[in-house]
Design a protein around this ligand. Sequence first.
Ligand code: PAF
Length: 267
Amino acid sequence: MKIFKDRKNLQREISSTKAISFVPTMGGLHKGHISLIKKSKKTKLKTLVSIFVNPKQFNEKKDFKSYPRNQKKDLKILKNLKVDYLYLPSIKDIYGFKPKKKVFLDKFSKQLCGKYRKGHFPGVLNVVNRFLDIIKPKKLFMGKKDFQQLYLVKKHIIKRKINTKIVECETIREKNGVACSSRNYRLNLRDKKVASKIYFYFKKIKQKFNYYNPNLLKKEIIKLGADKIDYIQFYNIKDFKRSKKFNKYTRIFIAYYLNKVRLIDNI
Ligand code: PAF
């Protein structure tokens, strides 16, 4: 695995390859990332992983500071997976140039997490646009756990006519049902049990009910042990309209806190 900290050196190396499959991460690697990387490795392209904890997408300084970082463990995982390239840029390397394309921010960025984390999606799109400018990957692997992020990156790529194909990957879950996330590293045993109960509660809701009652749901989730809820919303993922009644396109989007840890999922 070749490691690059400087975009110019990285570009020099990959300019001859012209066939990169890219997995962007903020480190704190887990089974979800590993699954994305394994899928990327199955393509005939060279796999490039980035680790960059992007300060611009954190709406709270504290959250940025406490974001799980474990470079030693991450490097070991990436080496074992035989990743071709690792890009570990500094803030200056990422933000010290003007990208060719302007960020396109779809209006869906104002809903769900966009409503509760001001500046989050502009920050995500800003950094992804820069990565795409530097790397020009043929394929970009992203997970459906961050459903809204995936949707917004897709819209940006289409609108700005960027020649990269997004490969959408299913959410990977722990045995207890909890969606894999770097933030899970900050959960204690009690929190993990609560997160698991919340996941199974929503699974049951989806199978047994056909009507959305936000107040009842919020009460139940607090009863199960959540400390705070940002949102529980049902969307029809065909047209991204909010729905009260269920059909096969309904997806439940949730964001809640366990202690100080904010978790999101969509079921
Ligand atoms: O999903 C993430 O880890 C980040 O939002 C991403 C896509 C790497 C951009 O910083």
